[in-house]
Design a protein. Sequence first.
Length: 230
Amino acid sequence: MRLDKYLSQATGLPRSIVKRQIKSRNVEVNGQFIQDHGHKVLADDQVLLEGREILAPGPKYLMLNKPQGTVCATEDSEHPTVIDLLELETIRDLHPAGRLDIDTTGLVLITNDGQWSHRVTSPKHRCDKVYLVTTAEPITENYPEQFANGIELHNEDKPTLPAVLEILSETSARVTLQEGRYHQVKRMFAALGNKVIGLHRDQVGEIALDEALAPGEFRFLTEQEVASVK
């Protein structure tokens, strides 16, 4: 694809502005400044505009290790968002596929593919979400059975879908859900008289958080990871 077309489609900028940026030596391809707006961009080329990487036009799929204090939104007037953490010239419809609370850490999937995002978040697609939970009080032996039977939440008409709870220690557990109700994990433990003091999402479907990613870091998903969301 021509460089000017690539940049215009990827950023939404008019072709005239893109050409001025190229002429002003603000565009790099594979580490080299390019001033030819007709330069051919190949699939594996790295393109930078004013030092920020520009993703190729088309569907995009990323994983982010969300730190505390960030919100799963595209914009927020009070807090940094997961989109703010991406060192990319993002396009307008890039969004988190599902949400984590501001104090919850771990795996967030980000995409501009609405259908793929729906398959991640919709309970009918049975895309498991795995959380590591730390509680204020001991987790007793009856917790796994109660999670498996479904738990009545305050102000909810239906109990939660069956969930799997694996006790890891006296005050820690691994919980696997297929739903994503508001503050669900915290509310499930609260319904049993316990308080969640630490919550970390480790996996969504078959996609596990990359251990190499420090809080706030991200990477693109592999083709296999993208395809695993049926």
